[in-house]
Design a protein around this ligand. Structure first.
Ligand SMILES: Cc1cc2nc3c(=O)[nH]c(=O)nc-3n(C[C@H](O)[C@H](O)[C@H](O)COP(=O)(O)O)c2cc1C
Length: 169
């Protein structure tokens, strides 16, 4: 029944450090505060990424486009470093954390872990955002450009992006 909340935007969570990093897919990502700028991510303790975030106390939330769907699917269906060999992503240094960012992503949000709350079968990791980098064509004049096709999840292996029509309230 939780699927009535969908479509939800889909993200990539990078964990680990410069030497070795992992990527998992996550839909359950939510902004929590402007000042400080906080971001929450619900991650099951079953995920390999869970332990890496606990260990390094930082993570990066990357914003994928529809073009990255194949990698998003691999990151979300396989566990651990081995999957990276099948993926076509380029790690680049982040500005403020040692966990790398993803060059192909529309944006990379660098977070330092400030809290972890046990919520149920997932843990809620709260990160303080210390840097945001983005593709200038995606984020123009403070607004996302939906023509760059940020990815959203319907369920199972089905995803959507947004129609180009904007409805004004
Ligand atoms: C579209 C999609 C969204 C997902 N969202 C989440 C999520 O929000 N939280 C979570 O714990 N797992 C989520 N998963 C599952 C993990 O991405 C998956 O278990 C992954 O293999 C974990 O990788 P790891 O073990 O290398 O960390 C999602 C999977 C997919 C395909």
């Amino acid at each position: 029944m939780y699927r009535v909340l969908y479509p939800l935007r889909t993200y990539l969570i990078i964990s680990g450090n410069k030497e070795k990093a992992n990527i998992m897919t996550a839909d359950w990502v939510v902004p929590l505060s402007f000042k400080p700028f906080l971001l929450g991510v619900a991650i099951s303790p079953k995920r390999f990424s869970h332990g890496l975030i606990e260990k390094y106390k930082e993570f990066v939330v990357a914003v994928p486009s529809v073009e990255m769907l194949k990698d998003v699917w691999i990151a979300g269906t396989r566990s651990g470093y081995e999957k990276l060999k099948e993926m076509n992503i380029t790690f680049v240094d982040s500005k403020k954390v040692s966990t790398p960012s993803i060059a192909e992503a529309l944006a990379n949000i660098e977070c330092k872990l400030i809290n972890k709350i046990k919520t149920g079968d997932h843990d809620f990791f709260i990160g303080e955002v210390v840097n945001v980098s983005y593709d200038k064509e995606f984020f123009e004049k403070g607004k996302p450009n939906i023509k760059k096709k940020p990815l959203a999840h319907i369920g199972e292996n089905e995803f959507v992006s947004f129609e180009e029509k904007i409805y004004k309230a």
